[in-house]
Design a protein around this ligand. Structure first.
Ligand SMILES: NC(=O)c1ccc[n+]([C@@H]2O[C@H](COP(=O)([O-])OP(=O)(O)OC[C@H]3O[C@@H](n4cnc5c(N)ncnc54)[C@H](O)[C@@H]3O)[C@@H](O)[C@H]2O)c1
Length: 249
């Protein structure tokens, strides 16, 4: 149990979307002994996922939190403190992906501000809100969920995730004296629920000829959240079956 006695918050972990990476992250952290705060803008989904994890014997609570709302963020951190005594690990997983976000020019200014608020600014605000508790516990870990889309051309999504990689770097620097490390994960397409034709297109773009599954990210997540990565800071690791590095992309 790498994370026995630790408290982790995972945002966007209710499982209300189609990717469900946050749910897999929350389950994996709990399985390593962490008490988990399952946070999501969809409070019912958060509660369902938390109840599921608790049923397996782990400690978990669900919290409704829109990561674009600073009051919600404060309440989320307070809930973690009330239930488990503080926060050691923050996984900034909530993100707006797919659909219209893959364009740039068609988006209005409000839509730009919306995606940047959730994908880029919210991770800063969540980290800031957790910092005092992490400091009082001797340090902490922040993991930002980026995307290999940061390295390709996918409209506003690319811009928001490339900027998030910058957030990871600057927060690692600004938290250096607090023993709070900040790293990122940049997944490729991680889902089994794609139509066959799309699967084939995807496989042709990857250099690993199989579909990625959310579980492929778990080893890296646990490494980044544990002492095993204690000499690593400010990095975003791409884990995408070789897609972003493929000469075809
Ligand atoms: N699934 C993939 O293949 C993939 C690949 C690369 C990166 N990512 C990134 O991983 C993260 C999760 O992706 P996913 O596919 O599991 O997403 P998803 O759409 O399946 O789930 C996202 C969750 O976040 C919640 N959410 C949305 N807006 C929110 C907000 N403002 N505040 C709090 N919660 C909010 C949703 O209710 C949902 O439960 C995102 O940051 C995404 O960009 C996903």
């Amino acid at each position: 149990m790498k994370l026995e006695g630790k408290v982790a918050i995972v945002t966007g972990a209710g499982g209300a979307g189609v990717g469900g990476l946050g749910v897999v992250y929350a389950r994996a952290l709990a399985a390593e002994g962490a008490a988990v705060v399952v946070s999501d803008i969809d409070g019912e989904a958060a509660n369902r996922t938390a109840a599921d994890i608790a049923a397996s014997g782990a400690q978990a609570i669900g919290v409704r939190c829109d990561v674009a709302d600073e009051y919600d963020i404060e309440a989320m951190v307070q809930a973690a403190t009330d239930a488990f005594g503080g926060v050691d690990i923050l996984v900034n997983n909530a993100g707006l992906a797919r659909g219209k976000w893959s364009d740039a020019l068609p988006l209005s200014k409000d839509e730009w501000l919306e995606i940047l608020a959730v994908n880029t600014v919210a991770p800063i605000m969540c980290a800031k809100a957790c910092a005092a508790s992490m400091r009082s516990r001797g340090g902490g870990v922040v993991v930002n969920q980026s995307s290999n889309g940061a390295l390709m051309d996918a409209g506003a999504y690319t811009v928001s995730k490339l900027a998030l990689n910058g957030v990871t770097r600057v927060l690692a620097d600004e938290f250096a004296d607090d023993n709070i490390r900040v790293n990122g994960i940049a997944p490729g397409m991680m889902t089994a629920k794609l139509p066959e034709q799309q699967v084939q297109t995807l496989l042709a773009r990857q250099t690993v000829r199989r579909q990625g599954q959310p579980e492929d990210l778990v080893g890296l997540l646990l490494f980044l959240c544990s002492e095993e990565s204690s000499f690593m800071n400010g990095q975003t690791v791409v884990i995408d079956g070789g897609m972003a590095r493929s000469p075809k992309n």
